[in-house]
Write a protein that binds this ligand. Structure first.
Ligand code: ZN
Ligand code: ZN
Length: 282
């Protein structure tokens, strides 16, 4: 939601870049934020690009058709993502849909860069130079992988879109999730995946009040993110996926309220609101 009221935290949708010690380029998601990133990448020394997609909801793939390196014959891009267990479509087939001729003039199989696709399965590890990227299923209405990037010394985790699973007795208008394991097991699995990470970027779309009518929409809340980061012993947590109707000032307000309500103190993880363009050295 770009505009004058979201200038401080930014209005683009999800896209993160992780740069390894040897300038390895790992990108997580291709929301509209991948457009400015693509322009930046073209001005840097060319390196293979490894793009991991958490899931194919629009706000996580919408920038891909405008990602400049796709149209650079010298660019080398590998796109990773889960296969959808309901439709059976793999990541290439789903991304090709949004570049079908009805929606975009250049089909995905005609872009001039070197382009490869990798079907990721759960808990799969991929090695990219000094980095190891691992996938984990996080609860959302469609298949959604969180990713951990580990260089042997430091760990970074991104949840993608994620709602903490509920026990069946607390189901409201919940829609079915992809995972077949019990909610408490799913939760333990997600917490373990984040365990002791240096930086966590976590879906925190809603306030507790908003969440009352949004069970099953697939997103976390300020309280659920603070609780999880504490439980997992993370060092620094960036709260993200800001609800698009919230202005910068409203976001500051609900964040401060959540810190006070949850009695966040110095020994807790450091909590920050993710903002566009932030660079963090781990
Ligand atoms: Zn989503
Ligand atoms: Zn999303």
């Amino acid at each position: 939601m770009p505009g004058q009221h979201t200038r401080r935290y930014g209005g683009n949708t999800t896209c993160l870049e992780i740069r390894g010690e040897h300038d390895e380029v790992v990108i997580l998601d291709a929301g509209t934020g991948i457009f400015p990133l693509g322009q930046q990448l073209l001005s840097r020394e060319s390196k293979p690009i490894h793009l991991f997609i958490t899931h194919t909801h629009w706000d996580h793939i919408q920038g891909l058709p405008m990602f400049k390196p796709l149209f650079d014959p010298n660019a080398d891009i590998t796109i990773y993502g889960p296969r959808d267990p309901v439709s059976g479509l793999d990541i290439r087939e789903r991304l090709a849909l949004q570049m079908d001729r009805h929606f975009f003039p250049v089909p995905l199989d005609r872009v001039p860069c070197a382009l490869r696709f990798v079907d990721m399965s759960e808990a799969q590890q991929v090695h990219i130079g000094s980095l190891e990227v691992t996938s984990c299923l996080f609860n959302h209405p469609i298949v959604n992988f969180g990713y951990r990037v580990d260089d042997g010394a430091k760990k970074f985790v991104f949840t993608g879109d994620h709602e903490w699973p509920k026990e069946p007795h607390s189901l409201g208008n919940e829609r079915p999730t992809i995972s077949t394991s019990a909610p408490h097991k799913q939760r333990a699995n997600s917490i373990n995946f984040m365990r002791d990470c240096d930086v966590l970027v976590i879906d925190t779309a809603y306030t507790e009040e908003e969440y009352l009518t949004r069970h099953g929409w697939g997103h976390g809340t300020f309280d659920s993110s603070i609780k999880a980061a504490r439980e997992a012993g993370v060092k620094k947590a960036f709260l993200t996926h800001h609800e698009p109707s919230r202005t910068d000032d409203m976001l500051d307000h609900v964040f401060q309220e959540a810190l006070i309500r949850n009695q966040v103190e110095d020994h807790d993880p450091t909590f920050l609101l993710a903002s566009e363009g932030t660079e963090v050295q781990i």
